[in-house]
Design a protein around this ligand. Structure first.
Ligand code: GDP
Length: 536
């Protein structure tokens, strides 16, 4: 960076970072994530008609179904980011995969956001996938805003839902709004901080912005009678219980502000956007650990970004490979030639794009908190760092402990070249982990996954993209531990376990179950065995 432009760029990046809010929605399938995404975008007036952003089978348009498999299953495997302006703020909503088998992808996405919105179906409460994703947020230290969705439909009691959140995940709920009317009879909400009433009016299919009517307590009491007084009493109970928002406790992951909503009718959507802008943390200095020393990349420093997702075959018409990177510092300008920290090579950003679903638009500038899609990103892997001028290399994103293992081989031996190329590609994208050993050889690597659907993605893509159909032979291991070169040979000689290597040179021990690991730990305390990040 030339010195004369540096101060202006720094001020720009610092100012822009402060108005960025980058978050992801975590939820169980069907809780209403797509509907809420549409509603948020609609509210922020990105789109004029609900349904144009993020569709699924049966709905008009679209988008997150990049792969046929996604369409068939109606789930979203890949991820992208939606950006919209809201008042003086810029909101980045990063999509997360819907299925638990892709929790490793979700973990990577969650490493690129500053907050999470936990969306709960009022009738179902906390569901398994929400719990899993919440644990990832907790491990990442992300502040969580909770939204109880579908309040327009019969569901659980509001107080019971609060108890469930506290009991099951240990977050103290601090509702910002409290429903007036039971689930299924949504009249509006009590704004707990001001004591005002926000009455909602249903609109046809939620296709336009739902009008909200604000009134004081007296007017609310006159209009809603016992429903209002019940809401006030319950809110007082909550207050007596200490369930009141405290910014510091929220940022520390001890409490969660709660909102009640009906995404389908746009109820509570404005409140969510306002809460995000007001309470969620802005894009801030990127803190990381470098060999035990804490380091920070300030947002005003020269450009840096880290890749959190690599996606190939997003569009069968354009067979490209897109790396999604989160800007961590400085200003990004399309055309900039940045350095890829892992190889030291220059990376030209001529084709930077903003990508959401199938919609792509050229992206000219981006600031900390923003997500950029880099096309033709053959060399980039999840966890890689890009920078301009001031070198930086962020630590790799932690990998999950795989629990499913299978030996892959080419179904057609004449396709061994395509087989190797495909496996290497999927390995570097992080679709599965690929493990090798001298014993197994290059033509039969072991694929390691958090969930078995990852194998299906590998099978489908190997055939469709690389013309190399594969055979998979499941192994009966369920456990993996990290080990090192010094311990590898001895561990490998033990009964019923096996040591393999990842392409980064690290060693993994695979074992049939936890008990086998315990016996090894007991009998060979001198050998290195470390747990990997748990996906559960
Ligand atoms: P996702 O799987 O989490 O993305 O969920 P969707 O957004 O696809 O929603 C699942 C189903 O719930 C769809 O039929 C939606 O129309 C419906 N839905 C979403 N939000 C609401 C809501 O607030 N109220 C009601 N009654 N239905 C909703």
């Amino acid at each position: 960076m030339s010195t004369d432009t540096a101060p202006a760029a720094t001020a720009d990046a610092t100012r822009e970072a402060a108005r960025r809010r980058t978050f992801a929605i975590i939820s169980h399938p069907d809780a209403g994530k797509s509907t809420m995404t549409e509603a948020l975008a609609l509210h922020a007036q990105v789109i004029n008609e609900a349904g144009a952003v993020h569709g699924k089978a049966g709905r008009r348009s679209t988008v997150s179904d990049w792969m046929d498999m996604e369409k068939a299953r109606g789930i979203s495997i890949t991820s992208a980011a939606l950006q919209f302006a809201f008042g003086d703020h810029v909101v980045n909503l990063v999509d997360t995969p819907g299925h638990s088998d892709f929790s490793e992808d979700t973990y990577r996405v969650l490493s690129a956001v500053d907050a999470a919105v936990m969306l709960i179906d009022a009738a179902k409460g906390l569901e398994p996938q929400t719990l899993k994703l919440f644990r990832v947020c907790k491990a990442r230290g992300l502040p969580v805003i909770t939204v109880i969705n579908k309040w327009d439909r019969p569901g659980l009691e509001a107080l019971a839902l609060m108890d469930e959140i506290y009991r099951d995940i240990g977050l103290q709920p601090t509702p910002l709004t409290w429903p007036v009317g039971i689930a299924g009879d949504f009249k509006g909400v009590l704004e707990r901080r001001t004591g005002e009433y926000v009455a909602y009016t249903r609109t046809a299919g939620g296709a336009t912005r739902a009008p909200e009517e604000w009134m004081d307590a007296d007017a609310a009491a006159a209009r809603e009678g016992v429903d209002w007084s019940t809401a006030v009493e319950e809110s007082e109970l909550l207050e007596a219980d200490g369930a009141t928002h405290d910014q510091e406790l929220f940022l520390d992951g001890i409490t969660t502000p709660v909102l009640f909503a009906s995404a389908i009718s746009n109820f509570g959507v404005a409140a969510l956007l306002e809460t995000l802008v007001e309470l969620a943390p802005p894009a801030a200095a990127f803190a990381y650990d470098k060999g035990g020393t804490p380091e920070r990349r300030e947002v005003g420093e020269p450009f840096s970004a880290f890749v959190f997702k690599v996606q190939a075959g997003m569009d069968t018409q354009h067979r490209d490979r897109v790396a999604f990177a989160r800007v961590t510092s400085g200003a990004f300008e399309r055309g900039m030639v940045v350095t890829h920290a892992q190889t030291g090579r220059p990376f030209a950003t001529k084709y930077a794009q903003a990508i959401f679903g199938r919609e792509r638009s050229a992206l000219d500038t981006a600031y900390p908190g923003d997500i950029i899609g880099l096309v033709n990103a053959g060399a980039l892997k999840p966890g890689d760092t890009l920078y301009l001028d001031a070198p930086v290399e962020f630590p790799p994103i932690a990998t999950f402990a795989p629990e499913h293992f299978a030996v892959a081989s080419s179904a057609d031996t004449s396709k061994s070249k395509q087989f190797r190329k495909g496996i290497d590609q999927l390995d570097s994208e992080g679709v599965v982990q690929v493990l090798r050993s001298d014993l197994r050889g290059n033509q039969s690597p072991v694929l390691a996954a958090v969930g078995p659907m990852q194998f299906e993605v590998v099978q489908a893509r190997m055939e469709a993209e690389f013309g190399a159909a594969i055979r998979l032979e499941t192994l009966s291991y369920t456990q993996a531990r990290r080990t090192d070169a010094a311990s590898a040979a001895e561990l490998d000689s033990l009964r019923s376990v096996e040591v393999l290597q990842r392409n980064d040179g690290s060693y993994l021990l695979l074992a049939p179950d936890k008990w086998r690991i315990s016996t090894i730990e007991r009998d060979h305390p001198e050998l290195t065995l470390e747990p990997l990040l748990a996906g559960e």
